[in-house]
Ligand binder design. Structure first.
Ligand SMILES: [Zn+2]
Length: 346
């Protein structure tokens, strides 16, 4: 720092002064006391007293008329008026408390030591530290994010599967764990893929995504996939990229059977077939607007021991099915084939 701090011996106000004045004299800007400016910070400034002038009237000129004020504020107020006294002329000799004799030339300008601005400085330092700390913190956080990105992603995926919160912004193609259109698969899962009302465009969107999700390796997951109509595209995909844990021959048999015997609700006959494998979770993927009667028929098929029921609706909604999934502790997800499915890219 280029300033030195000094405490006024008259009013004890903390002052600051340019270091260039060290060794000289200065006046307190608060009370006007004339004092020495010490060379080192360890020394204290000394009040300059004129040996030829009476001290009391000089330092407390207003005290006789205001005794109460004098009694209560002897340190600051009474000495303030001193600066209003006529400035001595020419060279004057002063004496300090330690006995030094100092000559001050009053024809020259005596520096006025301003009051040190604690609060302003403290606030400035605080703001500076906060800004620098904030910037450094942000940089550090950015670096942390850059370096920890793969880990964070893995953790996020693990949590995504563990405590499922369906997120249409998450791309299921990037999910490492097996899933059905973003829904996690647990130990024993039966998937009913009701293709009866899906259009060719919907099938083109859903088929690759569904098979890709099922193909994600996890030996603990046993999947049964029931589709109730042999769609050429799904068949071709199964030929090209066979599912590891799904017996595609059995699947095709089921498809043929269900297609041949698709009397009544195809969703109900497919559900019946899926429950033969005693799954823990049953996932219905459908574009049907399942009504109350159809939902009740599915509910009647579900074993009393409890099976979790999830539903993925493609471009459709069904309050009856939504209620049913809630009753069976499952997830109910609606997907728009032209929005969510289109956004999910391999
Ligand atoms: Zn002072």
């Amino acid at each position: 720092m280029t300033t030195i701090d000094l405490q006024c011996p008259g009013c004890e106000t903390l002052l600051e002064l340019d270091r260039g004045f060290a060794g000289g004299v200065c006046r307190c800007s608060d009370c006007g006391t004339l004092m020495t400016v010490p060379d080192s910070a360890a020394d204290r400034p000394e009040r300059l007293e004129r040996p030829d002038a009476p001290v009391q009237p000089q330092s407390r000129p207003d005290s006789p008329s205001k005794p109460s004020r004098r009694a209560s504020t002897t340190r600051t107020k009474p000495t303030r008026s001193r600066s209003r006294e006529p400035e001595p002329k020419g060279k004057q000799t002063y004496r300090t408390a330690s006995g030094r004799t100092i000559t001050v030339d009053h024809d020259r300008v005596i520096p006025m030591a301003p009051v040190k601005r604690h609060a302003v400085r403290a606030a400035t330092v605080l703001v500076f530290v906060a800004v620098v700390g904030g910037v450094l913190g942000l940089c550090g956080f950015g670096v942390y994010l850059m370096w920890s990105r793969p880990d964070a992603k893995q953790v996020a995926e693990a949590q995504y599967v563990e405590t499922f919160q369906f997120d249409p912004d998450a791309n299921p193609y990037t999910i490492a764990a097996p899933h059905v259109l973003g829904l996690p698969l647990t130990n024993r899962v039966a998937v009913v893929y009701d293709t009866t009302t899906l259009t060719a465009d919907q099938l083109a969107s859903v088929n690759p995504l569904l098979l890709d999700g099922l193909r994600r390796g996890d030996p603990a997951v046993a999947v049964t996939l029931i589709a109730n109509r042999a769609q050429g595209e799904l068949d071709t995909l199964l030929d090209e990229r066979p599912l590891d844990r799904v017996d595609t021959e059995a699947l095709r048999r089921d498809l043929a059977d269900l297609t041949a015997n698709a009397a009544g609700s195809p969703l109900i006959s497919a559900t019946q077939r899926a429950l033969n494998d005693d799954p823990e979770v049953l996932i219905l993927v459908t574009a049907r607007r399942v009504d109350q009667a159809e939902a009740r028929a599915v509910a009647n098929l579900l074993p009393p021991s409890g099976v979790r029921l999830d539903a993925v609706m493609i471009d459709a909604d069904s309050f009856a099915l939504e209620d049913l999934t809630r009753e069976h502790g499952g997830h109910y997800v609606t997907l728009a084939s032209d929005q969510e499915l289109a956004d999910w890219q391999p």
